[in-house]
Write a new protein. Sequence first.
Length: 467
Amino acid sequence: MSPNDNSKSSNAHWGGRFTGGPADIMEKINASIAFDRRLFLQDIAGSRAHADMLVAQDILTPEDGKAINEGLELISQEILAGNFSFSEKLEDIHMNIESRLKELIGEPAGRLHTARSRNDQVATDFRLWVRDSLDDIDKLLCKLQSVLIDNSEKYADLIMPGYTHLQTAQPITFGHHLLSYVEMFGRDRGRFSDCRKRLNESPLGAGALAGTTYPIDRQHTAKSLGFDRPMVNSLDAVSDRDFALEFLSSAAITMTHISRFSEEIILWCSDSFGFIELSDSFTTGSSMMPQKRNPDAAELSRAKSGRVFGNLMTLLSVMKALPLAYSKDMQEDKEPVFDSMDSLLLSLNAIIGMVDDLKPIPEAMYMAAQKGYPTATDLADWLVTSVGLPFREAHKVTGKIVKAAYDKNLSLEDFPLTEMQSIDRRITDDVISVLSIESSISRRTSEGGTAPENVLASAAIARKRYL
């Protein structure tokens, strides 16, 4: 019978103990080929490394090793070209590839699995896939930081309101605001980098759970696959999914940052704010209201964070009560990771595009920055430094002045000096110099502050640090 025979029978790869075939529902729940086919490059790389090691250890003949490598190369080409026939009957990517290898090269294919279990095989494949994905993520995060830094330099002196509680707090620059996300995404890169370091140990050679009696060389396969070292405990090697959980956790935090930035883009695009414009490339219209320009790319990026949060909880729930070593529950580890990777890459590309696309509306930003008495803190600070008041007393005096200005519908800058002096006679005309939003911004030169010169210096440091 052909390994790809779809007739109901025991699986050719583990059927020696079984005389009957699985129920239809058993085949469906047991099969993972619908999603784990994404591991084919990693599975082939792991098999090649394993075969080469077996040859080096005189466990496999050079002729068999050559046939296996040539067959695996052909299979790789078939899959990449879309000419490979995947079978649900063969359960997973490992058995699909092994079955096709047997069709191509015959008996030597059966020797490839010497000193190897599907347990250490899938653990190796999955680590390799996540490692490759982490490298892709880092490149995109770096690109996002680059676009943010470019725009922070471009808009280093563009005035906008800074908020707390979504209430106007103090004036800042748009460049300063963008640099805050450079730091967030920098921390994300650090978390993914740490995850990569911890996952970069090889499970291959751990066997099903207890190691093997064959004289294998795990250092050989680890080095061939770019791992730093073999995992030290065979039980842990086949059952650990910390690396997947850490990936999902890091992805969830990154998606939180993407969602926060998306929310701000959505607010800024709204008629109520009107701070920025997005082109047709990142907006959609309404089927009913012809005037609408909806920031759907930002909205969908914000929404996809929920998928990633859910995926983290899914895998935590799968792993929380599993005894050592391997359980079939772990087959549920891949879909949450694959889906999170897809969501993260899509959202990162969307955010990169939107940051590059957005056009600030300086007049709207400036007008908003003038509202809400944003230089009140500057007045309080002046009372401390120029009059010598304790800050708490200066805070109280400033509050009275703000209330009086509010009652007359005047800004602090336009509020008459004589009115201020009626509240506190120690105030002099020198106070006028600190009440404009331009003055407020230019004077905030403390490390990490919003002054334009600081923004340019911080952008240069960020460029050197991250890019």
